[in-house]
Design a protein around this ligand. Structure first.
Ligand code: GLC
Length: 545
């Protein structure tokens, strides 16, 4: 049966809640970040220049031309700072130094310069919620039991119980187990993540001053902004009250917790916005904030706060048309209410890769390709996690002895399987680590990944890599503007933006429609007999109207 699709032209203009400020058409001008496509480089797994099996800055620099060719606007580099690597570098011992694993400061400088020459901006991670337990501040705090001395930079407390043998409250670490560890002198310190990641005390002015100085250090080196790790965690509720229900804290959950999303964090972000604005060239801040709702998340991107906040509601949304539509509507409405863009993301280094989340195998890949086209059609900015442009699935069968994620070892943690999305990406069909480096790779790559490599997919018009390349090139040419929904048959989402119609078939069968326009791109082979478009199962297409 052929379903009727309402015409995309002549509809009433969308309300503010339906759309956003018009997208700028280039990454050159003001507000470049409002519609930027930003590619996440997980440094340790991207490209290894020295054959030690671990990706590094020089490797990333050498591969930047691939990213420029892919058609992105900026890269986000995960932490490459001096670190004992208890949590993949999210345990920083020196915020101004490059870990020898990844290179040195000259390599960082070279990466930023090369990226700029290629027209790419560079965003780096900053980890302000906690330091490494090897950071000089924490070593000083351990060495001096005076609660009013070096310990004031962290959260040290006496324990409960007759002999202080119980933790100060009932908070659980995100990685499992208590959020408190006892020192040999009997005091307890707070760590929302691993014990090697003690939480900083943001009531201490010295902490503010130190991070202002760290941000300046990297801004002076030329970076274009920061991805702010655990941007919702720095401020804890006064008195650190018990939660009471004894549940495992979840980074990804929507619970209201006394250590996440406290109103006080916004003052910190306002300060950083002033600092960013004091530099030329629109340097940005993007929040990794897991807030309980789209409205709470939007508070992080008010005009005097950060520029972007990852939309994890979208990432977590199941393959279900009504849910997808309402997540998109709620996100756009919430960010429009503060004049910010929505920042779409499907995968990152902390979650199961989306082809696997969407069911795995051929179906998961079909849906992932379709989801990418949907995401790239939406107003706002988009993040792409390295390897998603290759359609890489999660690696689900890593043996325990190669795993490194602290969450895997600490608990029945809800995100205890983060190594499976961090396996080094394949560049060539053959070679010791499929072109990742001259040596092996720190996590083993599946044998079938040669066929998914950049080299194997390049030039194949049906490959996921070429789909991303074409979609990104088309996206640059599209005029942008707000979106609105058009009616469609059950299971088909139809959205229109200035000159573009995007059709997403979320069902397991072909849906027929009168051809909506001129086919621009499709995630699956599209049959168009006469004036009919036969939209394949789990597929997405863009049409020019
Ligand atoms: C963020 C990072 C994650 C890290 C955690 C603690 O969620 O993305 O990888 O483990 O913060 O720093």
């Amino acid at each position: 049966m052929t379903h009727e699709l309402a015409p995309a032209v002549g509809l009433p203009a969308p309300t503010a809640a339906e759309g956003q400020s018009p997208a700028s058409s280039s990454s050159e001008g003001r507000d470049w970040w409002r519609d930027a496509v930003i590619y996440q480089v997980y440094v340790r797994s991207f490209a290894d220049s020295d054959g030690d099996g671990i990706g590094d800055l020089r490797g990333a620099t050498e591969r930047l031309p691939h990213l420029a060719e892919l058609g992105i606007d900026a890269v986000w580099l995960t932490p490459f700072y001096a670190s004992p690597q208890a949590d993949g570098g999210y345990d920083v011992a020196d915020y101004r130094a490059v870990d020898p694993l990844f290179g040195d400061l000259a390599d960082a400088d070279d990466l930023v310069r090369t990226a700029h020459e290629l027209g790419l901006r560079v965003i780096v991670d900053v980890v302000p919620n906690h330091t490494s337990d090897q950071h000089p501040w924490f070593l000083a705090a351990l060495a001096d039991p005076d609660p009013d001395g070096a310990r004031r930079r962290y959260h040290f407390r006496p324990g409960r119980g007759a002999h202080g043998e119980l933790p100060p409250n009932d908070w659980e670490s995100v990685f499992g187990g208590p959020a408190w560890t006892r020192t040999p002198d009997g005091a307890w310190y707070l760590h929302l993540f691993a014990p090697e990641q003690p939480d900083l005390n943001w009531d201490n002015q010295e902490v503010h001053e130190e991070f202002d100085s760290v941000l300046r250090f990297w801004l002076d080196l030329g970076v274009d902004g920061f991805r702010i790790d655990v941007a919702h965690g720095m401020v804890k509720a006064a008195g650190m009250p018990d939660i009471g229900h004894g549940e495992q804290a979840s980074l990804i959950g929507s619970q209201t917790l006394p250590f996440f999303d406290q109103d006080g964090v916004h003052e910190i972000h306002r300060g950083w916005r002033r600092l960013l604005d004091s530099y030329p060239g629109e340097r940005i801040g993007v929040a990794e904030a897991w807030a309980p709702s789209a409205e709470r998340l939007a508070l992080y991107v008010r005009p005097d706060e950060l520029h972007q906040a990852f939309n994890f509601q979208f990432l977590r949304c199941p393959w279900e048309p009504a849910a997808m539509r309402s997540v998109i509507d709620e996100s756009l409405a919430a960010t429009a209410s503060v004049g910010a863009p929505t920042t779409w993301v499907l995968s990152n280094h902390d979650v199961v890769r989306h082809p696997t989340r969407y069911g795995g195998g051929a179906q998961g890949l079909r849906r992932a390709r379709a989801a990418a086209l949907l995401m790239l059609a939406l107003p706002g900015s988009t993040y792409i996690y390295q390897g998603e442009e290759l359609g890489l699935p999660e690696v689900t069968d890593l043996p325990s002895e190669v795993r490194q994620d602290p969450a895997f070892f600490r608990a029945a943690g809800q995100d205890g399987f983060r190594d499976g999305c961090r396996v080094p990406i394949p560049w060539t069909a053959k070679g010791p680590s499929y072109g990742f480096g001259e040596g092996g790779s720190w996590l083993p790559q599946p044998a079938e990944w040669g066929a998914l490599s950049v080299a194997a997919q390049t030039g194949d018009p049906l490959s996921t890599l070429e789909l991303y390349r074409s979609a990104l090139a088309l996206r640059r040419q599209l005029p942008g503007g707000p979106m609105r929904w058009l009616p469609g048959p059950d299971g088909l989402l139809v959205l229109a933006r200035n000159g573009l119609v995007c059709t997403l078939n979320t069902t397991a069968s072909v849906v027929e429609l009168p051809t909506p326009g001129r086919l621009l791109i499709s995630s699956d082979v599209m049959d168009q007999p006469g004036d009919t478009a036969r939209i394949p199962a789990d597929s997405c297409a863009w049409w020019a109207i």
